[in-house]
Design a protein around this ligand. Structure first.
Ligand code: GDP
Length: 296
């Protein structure tokens, strides 16, 4: 993933690493290349501007100019600023509450919510020894409820059944009650999505959020969606107090810009990335590692 960005930047990085001396000219040249690479990778323009401004400020600073290998130092600055813009350090899932820790999943249909519920359930069970309950509040698509049941079985999580005749809020509250009575640690709440953002869907998830007061409200977004990912992120962020982001489908032919933009637009940390359809395909997100990967 992020191949386009990596290829463009790799060229700049290679040139710079060999530079014994940095001039305003070759810094400007480097910034132009970085800017082009970011735009081509579908990073949103305000994010690109912000990033370039930060790199420029640091690059012209004494620690770069005066260093023994200024080219190398400049690459370090780019890496550091990429890391910063993706949130700096790793941000863990917050489960510190009276059980069950309720996690609400939000996002468009097809973003990978149900798959991510399965992946998270498996992660929580295997890595954190949690007892996990999952529930679907998608009362529009019986197939979605069935899909979640299958995924729960694969993940070894408990499945709370729901009927399409019920209201999403009632389903979720009943699931919380069940989790309390059965001493389950975490409740993952899958929700309905639409192919595009619509007001009714937003209202429904806002009501759900108000009723269940989740400790985590995760925005699930398809990394392949490019600029659309940014617009969707903005809309969900206005509707809900997002606490984290899961970037899915990083395995595909992703241009990767979403990783940089979504954090900037929502202010919420990317907590996980999803790779592939298998339930083992969930990774904690480390901004520094992603920055290294981007730079190749
Ligand atoms: P939902 O509508 O948001 O619940 O999305 P689903 O979980 O049903 O996922 C939609 C499609 O994307 C399914 O075919 C999933 O197998 C696939 N999918 C989900 N996450 C990933 C991922 O990280 N990588 C890949 N390659 N496919 C994924």
């Amino acid at each position: 993933m992020l191949d386009n960005l990596t290829n463009r930047l790799a060229h700049v990085v290679k040139t710079l690493r060999g530079q014994a001396r940095l001039t305003e000219e070759n810094i400007a040249e480097m910034l132009r290349e970085v800017r082009m690479a970011l735009l081509e990778a579908d990073v949103a323009l305000p994010v690109v501007k912000d990033l370039i401004a930060r790199i420029k400020e640091k690059a012209l600073g004494q620690e770069v100019i005066a260093s023994l290998s200024p080219g190398q130092a400049l690459v370090g600055v780019v890496q550091q600023q990429l890391t910063e813009i993706m949130g700096g350090s790793q941000s863990a899932l917050n489960l510190a509450t009276q059980p069950p820790a309720v996690i609400l999943m939000a996002g468009l249909q097809g973003a990978g919510k149900t798959t991510t519920v399965g992946k998270l359930a498996k992660y929580l069970k295997e890595k954190q020894r949690k007892k996990v309950l999952v529930v679907s509040c998608d009362v529009y698509r019986p197939a979605a409820i069935a899909q979640l049941q299958t995924v729960a079985g694969q993940a070894g999580a408990e499945f709370f059944p729901s009927e399409i005749s019920q209201k999403p809020v009632d389903i979720a509250l009943a699931a919380i009650d069940f989790a309390k009575r059965h001493y389950l640690d975490v409740l993952l709440v899958d929700t309905a999505g639409r192919l595009t953002i619509d007001e009714q869907m937003m209202l429904e998830i806002q009501q759900l959020h108000a009723a269940i007061k989740p400790i985590e409200t995760l925005f699930i977004v398809d990394a392949m969606a490019g600029q659309d990912a940014v617009n969707t992120a903005r809309a969900f962020n206005e509707a809900l107090p997002l606490t984290g982001v899961v970037l899915t489908k990083l395995d595909g032919d992703s241009r990767g810009g979403a990783a940089l933009s979504v954090r900037h637009v929502t202010g919420a940390p990317i907590k996980f990335t999803g790779v592939g359809e298998k339930l083992s395909g969930l990774d904690e997100f480390h901004p520094d590692r992603m920055a290294s990967r981007i730079l190749g």
